[in-house]
Design a protein around this ligand. Structure first.
Ligand SMILES: [Zn+2]
Ligand SMILES: [Zn+2]
Length: 266
């Protein structure tokens, strides 16, 4: 049992310390977790900052919890890098200047707008809200290699005001296919993010059929993460995610050390 997407108080929306996250993981019987706090650099000034203030302190704290829990939990040093096309150089530096085990590449912004804010959808119908988001992912990932998995592929679905229907995962499928192929070509993976289960669609990010598609195209690397910001969601629905991974044709889940994947049988 692992959980590769956990936020601590180093994220400004995180509600648990690293130690509290680890204690909860142990309590739940998880074997391995990655702490992956937000690092969204150069966000527009009108948006709240989502970034680790002091990366040295962050790494020091990670070493402390790694040590503290070494007998009962494998703690990985991770980060969730929020990418925009003009911040890639700085993101490369962050990913390389610190000894991370695991880096999630996430796209939270489309041309300076976050789908988290309703305004993103004001100027876009359902189709355009998805395709603009996917096109941004594709654009950014073409120029960026310093990561392990793409986070929450259809992140915008969490906040979409449009009614969810079960075929929504097919919206923008040409762009999705290009994203999946690009990840495979670069030797990168996809995240199966269980936070989607607690939003109205009741589906993980991305939809299980997209994970299946990734496998069919030759994808090998999938990490499972809860995107927990509080102890209530550590390990949230990860057992269900393992079942979905099997449904998608995977017999293993990815684990990471020093940015290198290894595979754990499920
Ligand atoms: Zn995210
Ligand atoms: Zn996150």
């Amino acid at each position: 049992m692992l959980d590769y997407h956990i936020h601590s108080t180093f994220s400004n929306d995180g509600e648990m310390t690293m130690e509290e996250a680890c204690c909860q993981a142990v309590k739940l019987g998880l074997k391995e977790i990655a702490i992956t706090d937000h690092m969204d650099i150069d966000l527009p000034e009108n948006l709240e900052a989502y970034q680790i203030e002091d990366l040295n302190l962050y790494m020091e704290e990670l070493v402390l919890v790694k040590d503290q829990f070494q007998n009962c939990l494998n703690v990985k040093a991770g980060i969730e890098l929020g990418l925009q096309d003009w911040t890639l150089e700085k993101s490369v530096a962050i990913a390389n200047d610190y000894p991370f085990d695991f880096v999630i590449a996430s796209i939270h912004m489309v041309n300076g707008e976050d789908p988290y804010n309703r305004i993103y959808f004001n100027s876009r119908d359902k189709l355009k809200s998805y395709t603009d988001y996917y096109a941004t992912i594709l654009d950014v990932l073409k120029d960026y290699d310093d990561f392990n998995v793409l986070g929450h592929l259809d992140y915008l679905r969490r906040y979409s005001p449009y009614e969810y229907v079960s075929t929504d995962y097919k919206i923008g499928e040409e762009i999705i296919e290009s994203i999946l192929k690009l990840l495979i070509e670069k030797g990168k993976g996809l995240e199966l993010n269980t936070a989607g289960f607690r939003h109205s669609s009741k589906q993980p990010h991305p939809h299980p059929d997209i994970i299946k598609w990734f496998k069919q195209l030759g994808g090998e690397i999938v990490a499972i993460g809860s995107d927990a910001h509080s102890i209530d969601y550590v390990g949230y629905e990860v057992d269900r995610a393992f079942d979905l991974l099997k449904y998608a044709g995977f017999n293993y889940v990815a684990s990471f050390t020093n940015m290198q994947p290894s595979f754990v049988k499920i």
